[in-house]
Ligand binder design. Structure first.
Ligand code: ARG
Length: 473
C-alpha cells in the first residue's frame, strides 16, 4: 500500500505531541521576550528582584532575542510551547535566577500579551499594504477621472459613470477596511499582563507600568476577563474576512471586464498566466485568486468563533487553537493585498471598447427622463414616456426619442453624449469629473490619516525593538 500522506507544513509536527503548540506560537517569540523584559524590570521596581538579578535576566532575555533572530535558538519540541522553551533556555544561560522570571505571571496572561503585541505588528504590516493598494487605486482614478464607462446594477447596463469613479468605489471599501483595522488595534491595545492565571497576584506587582513600557494605552480592568478575552483576534479575523470579500469583488469585476464579452481590459500578463492546454488562453488567474483566497479567510473567522463559543471563564486549553486561523488569515491577506496593488497598477483599459459601451443609448434613459422633469413634467410621467420609447424590441435613436419626447435634435444629442452625461451627474458624490476631483481630495486626506496611523504603529514597534536591544538601560 502507499505511504500515508505527509502532513502539510501547517499541521502540527508529530514530535510536538497533542498538547504542543510550538510550530505555531514560535512566531510569538520576540513579543514574548519583550514582554518578559518589561515584566522583569517591573519586578525590579517592585523590589521582587535585586538589581543584579534584573540585569542578569534582561541580558539573558536579549541574548535569546538574538538567537531567535539569527535562527540559532535551540527549539525543543518536547517543551510544548514558546513560553516554556524560552524560559528553560534562559535558565540554562543565566542559572537558577532564571527561575525568578515567572514570578507573579502565568502563561495565561503571558500568551494573551504576546498575542496582542503580535496583533499590533500584523496590523502594521497589513496597514502598510492597504495604504499601497489605496495609493494605486487613487493614482489610476486620477488618470481615468473623465473616462466614461457604463455603470451596472444586476450586471445590466444602467447609467454612465467614469472609470475613475468605479476605481474610487473600490478605494472607499478598502479605506473602511483600514479604518476597521485601526479601531481593532486601538481596542486591542490593552495589556493583560499582571492578571496571572486568572486572579492577579498576592505580590505587589504594577501592571500599569508594564503596560506603559510596552506601549499599551492601559492595563486590564478585570483579571478574569484579561486571560480569557480573545475579542481582539475575532475582530481581526472579521476585519480580514471583510477585506478579503472586498478584494474578491474587485477580482470578480476584473475577471468580467477581461472577458471578450466585456473587453474593457486588455488581457495582459499582469492579470495572470496562459493555459497549459489552450494556446490562445490568457487567464486572469491573479484576479481569480483574489476571489478564491476569500473562502479560507472566512473559514478562519468561523473556526475561531466556534472555538470561543460557550467557553467558560477563564482560561481553557481550547484557547490554544486561536493562533492557527489568525496566522493563516494574516499571511493570506498579506499576499492578497500585494497582488491586488500590482493588479491595479497593471490594469490596461481598452478605450475603444469602453467608449463604445459608454455610448449605449440605454445608459441615458434616466437622463432624458430628468430633462423632462427639469421642464416641469412629473417624474412618473417622464419615466413612462421615456420607457415606452425604450421598450423592446424598439431600439431608440435620436430621432425616435426626439419625436416621442418633444425634445430638439440638439437637446437629444447632448442627452446621449457620454461626456455631457458625466458632467451632468454632478450631484454630491456623483461621477461628474468635478465631483470625482472632490472625492480624490477626500481620498488623499484619508490616505494621509492612514499614514499617521501607520507611524503610530511604527513607534509601538520601535518600543519592542528597544526592549530587546542592548543599547539602552
Ligand atoms: N500554549 C498555551 C496557549 O497557547 C499557553 C497557555 C497555557 N496555559 C495553560 N494554563 N496551560 O494557549
Amino acid at each position: 500500500m502507499s505511504e500515508p500522506l505527509a502532513p502539510p507544513p501547517y499541521v502540527r509536527a508529530p514530535s510536538v505531541g497533542f498538547l504542543g503548540s510550538l510550530p505555531v506560537d514560535r512566531v510569538l517569540a520576540r513579543y514574548d521576550l519583550a514582554g518578559s523584559v518589561a515584566h522583569v524590570e517591573m519586578l525590579g521596581r517592585a523590589g521582587l528582584l535585586a538589581p543584579a538579578e534584573v540585569g542578569a535576566l534582561v541580558a539573558g532575555l536579549r541574548r535569546l532575542g538574538r538567537e531567535v533572530a539569527a535562527g540559532t535558538f535551540p527549539w525543543r519540541d518536547e517543551l510544548e510551547d514558546v513560553h516554556t522553551n524560552l524560559e528553560s533556555r534562559l535558565t540554562e544561560l543565566v542559572g537558577p535566577v532564571g527561575g525568578k522570571l515567572h514570578t507573579a505571571r502565568s502563561r495565561n496572561d503571558q500568551v494573551a500579551l504576546d498575542e496582542r503585541l503580535y496583533l499590533r505588528a500584523a496590523v502594521r504590516d497589513l496597514a502598510r499594504r492597504l495604504l499601497d493598494l489605496g495609493s494605486a487605486l487613487l493614482a489610476r482614478a486620477r488618470e481615468e477621472r473623465s473616462t466614461p464607462m457604463p455603470g451596472y446594477t444586476h450586471v445590466q447596463r444602467a447609467q454612465p459613470v467614469s472609470v475613475g469613479h468605479w476605481l474610487l468605489a473600490h478605494f472607499w471599501r478598502f479605506e473602511r477596511d483600514l479604518d476597521r483595522l485601526r479601531a481593532t488595534a486601538a481596542r486591542a491595545n490593552v495589556s493583560p499582563l499582571g492578571a496571572g492565571a486568572l486572579a492577579g497576584s498576592t505580590l505587589p506587582v504594577d501592571p500599569r507600568s508594564v503596560a506603559e513600557r510596552l506601549g499599551f494605552d492601559r492595563a486590564f480592568h478585570n483579571s478574569m476577563d484579561a486571560v480569557s478575552d480573545r475579542d481582539y483576534f475575532a475582530e481581526l479575523l472579521f476585519d480580514l474576512s471583510l477585506l478579503a470579500v472586498h478584494a474578491s469583488a474587485l477580482g470578480e469585476e476584473v475577471v468580467l471586464f477581461a472577458t471578450k464579452e466585456f473587453g474593457f481590459l486588455e488581457r495582459t500578463a499582469a492579470l495572470g498566466s496562459g493555459s497549459s492546454l489552450m494556446p490562445q488562453k490568457r487567464n486572469p488567474d491573479v484576479a481569480e485568486l483574489l476571489r478564491g483566497k476569500t473562502g479560507r479567510v472566512i473559514g478562519d473567522l468561523v473556526a475561531l468563533l466556534t472555538t470561543l463559543k460557550g467557553l467558560p471563564l477563564t482560561y481553557d486549553r481550547d484557547l490554544q487553537e486561536d493562533k492557527w486561523p489568525v496566522l493563516d488569515a494574516v499571511a493570506t491577506l498579506t499576499g492578497v493585498l500585494d497582488a491586488a496593488a500590482e493588479l491595479v497598477r497593471g490594469l490596461a483599459f481598452v478605450p475603444e471598447r469602453l467608449g463604445a459601451a459608454a455610448c449605449d443609448p440605454e445608459l441615458f434613459a434616466t437622463d432624458l427622463a430628468e430633462m423632462l422633469v427639469a421642464r416641469g413634467m412629473p417624474f412618473r410621467s417622464a419615466h413612462a414616456a421615456v420607457g415606452s420609447v425604450y421598450s423592446p424590441p424598439s431600439r431608440p435613436t435620436g430621432e425616435t426619442l426626439g419625436a416621442a419626447l418633444g425634445l430638439s435634435v440638439e437637446v437629444i444629442a447632448e442627452g446621449l453624449d457620454p461626456a455631457h452625461a458625466l458632467a451632468r451627474r454632478a450631484s454630491a458624490g456623483g461621477p461628474a469629473p468635478i465631483e470625482v476631483a472632490r472625492q480624490i481630495t477626500a481620498a488623499e486626506a484619508s490616505l494621509a490619516a492612514g499614514r499617521d496611523f501607520l507611524s503610530s504603529l511604527d513607534r509601538q514597534a520601535e518600543l519592542i525593538e528597544e526592549l530587546l536591544s542592548e543599547e539602552q538601560r
